[in-house]
Design a protein around this ligand. Structure first.
Ligand code: FES
Length: 102
C-alpha cells in the first residue's frame, strides 16, 4: 500500500509482530491499535458504504465505527471490532471485508 508512514527516528518500539491483513503479512508493533498499524501501512480505505463509497477512520477513539473490521486470534471465530480499539498482538488476523466474502 502506498502512503505508508511511521516515525522511526528517536522512537523506541517493541519488536514487531506479524498480523495478517486480508491474507497478507503486515509487521506491526504489539500494543498499538490495529488502526494505527493499518494507517502506518498506508491503508486508508477500510470499507465501502452501501453505495460503494470508500470509508476510512474518522475519530480514532471508538465512537464513529468507520474503522470496523473483522478480527480473530488464531482459529477463534471472526468478530466485528473497531480497529482503533483493538491492540495488535501476534497471530492476529484482520479482514477489511466480511469473512463470508473470502
Ligand atoms: S475511527 Fe472511529 S471508531 Fe475507530
Amino acid at each position: 500500500m502506498s502512503g505508508a508512514r511511521r516515525i522511526e527516528e528517536g522512537v523506541r518500539r517493541p519488536d514487531r509482530v506479524t498480523l495478517r491483513l486480508d491474507g497478507a503479512d503486515l509487521a506491526a508493533c504489539p500494543g498499538e491499535s490495529v488502526l494505527a498499524a493499518l494507517v502506518a501501512s498506508g491503508a486508508r480505505r477500510l470499507r465501502d458504504d452501501r453505495e460503494g463509497t470508500a470509508r476510512g477512520a474518522f475519530c480514532n477513539m471508538g465512537t464513529c465505527s468507520e474503522c470496523t473490521v473483522w478480527v480473530r486470534k488464531g482459529a477463534a471465530a471472526w468478530v466485528r471490532r473497531r480497529a482503533c480499539l483493538v491492540p495488535v498482538e501476534a497471530d492476529l488476523c484482520v479482514l477489511t471485508h466480511a469473512p463470508e466474502a473470502t
